[in-house]
Design a protein around this ligand. Structure first.
Ligand code: NAG
Ligand code: NAG
Ligand code: NAG
Ligand code: NAG
Ligand code: NAG
Length: 738
């Protein structure tokens, strides 16, 4: 104890010395920006589960684009953009690069911009240029695409306009109880001596960078951790950024303060994706819906059927599971952030090339193949069993499927041989009608910021695929003169989307990930060759050819999604009328549910704005917005009845520690007339009272105490050296301990 007191004193003395100097030397310039990219909150299929019934019908969390621009002393720049989206798409990258070049010349190009998705499966789809990925969204969806382009550009502009001198710290630690392998039988097919090198069948490491300005004041954070963003399951109809998006909001609230609304604060925290191919957040594992027993281990079936095998947990429902997996990522990231002392030092650099993955030769007669999907693709995964029956032929209820299924061909004998042992369901690589179904040319890229090396892969690499790739990149860098120890990270789902990548051994099992490894059994080896080349070029300072250009298919897109025709309020109603008022009074910790006469939210996506507000009445009588539709505590539901009438339900879960007082809820309604014009109107409830609840508050305090206790244990374990780094000046709060 005495020792602790002495060291604290010592730290305080040091702190006074530090803070008396004005500014510290910095290694980089960093610009950070956040903007809203939320897609259509009604009638559009969610990207990810390929469940045609899962269309948007409201919003729980807004989707954001978080941009980080890194520049070294020589003005070399890279841009890392993390989206609350399922992945990125080549069509979008082409458009973003066109707009960036028009605005910023050659500062930001396809080569030094990496745009990546968190892999939420609760964001609207239809933003791809290749056909297969847009089938369940009834083709291309302009509204989704435009929201993404507008928000990404806005976040880049914001980052560009606030570049400032900064230092970057890096830290890595283990996060347990937050991810499991969803295809363990495939993983087990990897060589035993390789598996013996690792403690787990998924990566448990989280890597965090902490960005601090020249006063050592933190301005941003990025964390990488491999876990599917599928805590919300395929029955969810509310737009959501899922576990990683919520973790980001938790971190940002922690830094910006509770009064700053989501997406509006200065401090930006990104939770980025990594090699999550075979990694699920549903930590209770797969069970049979009918019997509750574990599913068949090798096939993830229940009595031979895949639809009944679903993975759950750790919570009692999907909302609770999302909250738990988000909180665990946030707490670990915060711990690593608070204890990060290793500075990134050295150049910012990048290498990029387009690669035709369908035509790679690998020696010994090995080669890659044109894309194809195996039968296991149709079965789906235990995070979301397959719902789209690709074998149905032309009798599907889906207009787009009826249209495109006629183009499907039997695979050639050569293709069957090349893809073996994959049983081919969809020979996507050998059809180009009405346009390409899946990519052949993909976007491959590596970045470095000092020791940190981001391997931007256009696919979902499995755990072991990611490990082999990281090792190959590190070796290639070091063999070619990279100074120091590189920290390679897989930046998954970046720039383009080309499905999954398994190891050769995992491929033999043909589970979902193997069935979706589209260039055949040697896909991983071919990718590793490309990244080895990029690493070598970076380490030796040589340039890399651009490679074959990907096709631009934007003008060929087909769409079967009908537009909003018009809205009707119904006889005797006005839009935004309250149809179910709140109670007069609620206890903190309770749920408020109110209803309004609604209109289709597709009429206005309200980027940077909100469909709802919860307002607090100040002493002065003024209203303060305390929640928007982007808060976890609120839900915005939209239900259509009849042809053009709809109801909006707004839910507010009042936190147990909500300030007592008077509140009201407002709905911002945009309705479309039969002549096509969209008008806006707002409707508010009466004021209602929120009173404190001691019981609910005690429960919350107990929960916080338990988290705090765990945090303190973790900090004690991390030792004095790390504690020291936590005592840094913080403009808001003075000394920031814990
Ligand atoms: C996790 O991080 C630690 C510390 O940086 C490192 O030694 C270990 O190899 C990493 N594990 C994996 C599987 O990458
Ligand atoms: C899974 O398959 C492997 C090899 O095909 C077999 O050895 C093993 O017994 C199977 N496991 C179960 C639980 O069925
Ligand atoms: C989705 O989660 C809900 C609970 O939130 C559960 O009732 C339902 O069975 C789950 N469905 C699937 C297909 O996972
Ligand atoms: C489609 O449905 C019709 C009528 O139910 C049936 O006669 C026909 O064989 C079906 N076609 C296919 C391809 O399944
Ligand atoms: C790697 O570089 C070598 C030498 O420049 C070149 O011959 C080869 O085609 C490249 N391979 C890939 C996959 O880019």
């Amino acid at each position: 104890m005495a020792m602790v007191v002495t060291s604290c004193y010592l730290i305080l003395v040091l702190f006074v010395i530090f803070s008396s100097t004005n500014g510290i030397p910095t290694e980089y310039n960093v610009g950070i920006g956040i903007a809203d990219i939320t897609g259509p909150a009604a009638e559009v299929n969610m990207m990810g589960y390929a469940n045609p019934a899962q269309t948007s019908r409201g919003l729980h969390l807004r989707q954001f684009s978080r941009t980080f621009i890194f520049e070294d002393q020589m003005k070399n720049k890279v841009v890392f953009i993390n989206l609350d989206a399922c992945m990125f798409s080549q069509g979008l990258k082409l458009e973003i690069v066109r707009q960036l070049t028009a605005k910023y010349g050659d500062a930001y190009t396809e080569r030094n911009v990496c745009i990546t998705g968190t892999h939420t499966h609760s964001g609207p789809g239809g933003f791809h240029q290749y056909l297969l990925y847009d089938i369940t969204s009834l083709g291309f969806v302009r509204e989704t695409f435009d929201s993404l382009v507008e928000g990404i550009m806005r976040s880049v502009d914001r980052a560009h306009n606030n570049m400032k001198p900064a230092n970057i710290y890096v830290n890595t630690g283990e996060l347990l109880e937050s991810n499991i392998n969803r295809s363990p039988s495939a993983y087990l097919n990897n060589p035993p001596e390789e598996r013996a090198k690792y403690n787990y069948n998924v990566d448990k490491n989280m890597t965090v960078i902490k960005i601090a300005d020249s006063d050592d004041y933190p301005i941003g954070m990025i964390s990488w951790f491999a876990v599917h963003c599928t805590s919300m399951n395929n029955t969810n109809r509310l737009i959501s950024s899922d576990n990683k998006g919520l973790a980001a909001l938790m971190f940002e609230t922690d830094r910006n303060g509770k009064t700053v609304l989501p997406g509006k604060g200065d401090f930006v925290a990104a939770f980025a994706q990594s090699n999550e191919g075979d990694v699920s957040p549903n930590t209770k594992g797969p069970h049979c819906l009918d019997t509750g027993l574990p599913c068949d281990f090798n096939h993830s079936t229940c009595n031979g059927r895949n639809e009944l095998c679903v993975a759950f947990g750790p919570g009692n429902d999907m909302f609770e599971s999302t909250e738990i997996i988000a909180r665990r990522q946030y707490i670990e990231a915060k711990k690593l952030f608070d204890t990060a002392t290793t500075l990134l030092k050295g150049p910012v650099d990048f290498r990029h090339t387009y690669t035709d993955m369908s035509k790679q030769t690998l020696g010994e007669g090995k080669k890659t193949c044109p894309p194809a999907m195996g039968y296991s693709f149709a079965a789906g995964t235990t995070d979301g069993p397959g719902a789209f029956d690709f074998t149905q032929g032309t009798n599907s209820s889906s207009a787009i499927w009826n249209f495109v299924s006629g183009f499907i061909k039997k695979p050639s004998e050569e293709q069957v041989q090349c893809q073996a042992p994959k049983p081919i369901l969809l020979d996507t690589g050998e059809i180009d009608l009405p346009y390409a179904w899946e990519p052949s040319v993909v976007d491959t890229q590596i970045f470095r910021i000092g020791q940190l090396v981001l391997v931007a892969v256009p696919a979902e690499f499995t755990t072991m695929s990611g490990r082999r790739t990281r090792a190959a990149v590190a070796k290639s860098l070091k063999d070619n003169g990279f100074e120091g120890e590189p920290i390679p990270i897989i930046a998954g789902l970046s720039n383009d989307y080309a499905d999954y990548v398994t190891t050769f051994e995992e491929y033999q099992e043909q589970r979902y990930e193997g069935g979706s490894t589209i260039y055949g059994p040697h896909t991983l080896e071919a990718y590793i060759n490309v990244y080895k080349n990029l690493s070598k070029a970076m380490a030796t300072g040589s340039s890399v050819a651009l490679g074959p250009n990907p096709p631009d298919l934007m003008l060929k897109q087909i769409s079967f999604l009908p537009p909003v025709v018009f809205d009707e309020a119904g006889i005797g109603n006005n839009f935004a009328d309250v149809s179910q008022p709140p109670n007069k009074q609620y206890k903190a910790g309770e749920r408020v549910t109110v209803k309004f006469v609604g209109a289709n939210p597709r009429n206005n996506r309200r980027l940077e704005s909100t469909f709802l507000t919860v307002e607090f009445q100040e002493q002065s009588g003024a209203d303060t917005v305390v929640y928007t539709d982007a808060n976890w505590e609120t839900q915005f539901h939209w239900d259509r009845h009849g042809l053009a009438e709809s109801t909006v339900t707004i839910i507010w879960d009042i936190p147990a520690d909500q300030k007592p007082g008077m509140y009201k809820i407002t709905y911002n309604c945009d309705h479309k007339s039969i002549f096509g014009g969209v008008s806006s109107v707002t409707g508010s409830t009466e004021w209602f009272q929120v009173i404190a609840s001691k019981a609910k508050l005690d429960k919350l305090r107990l929960k916080n105490k338990m988290f705090q206790k765990k945090k303190e244990n973790d900090i004690q374990k991390s030792g004095f050296g790390k504690l020291f780094s936590k005592l840094i000046p913080n403009k808001n709060k003075g000394l920031n301990i814990a």
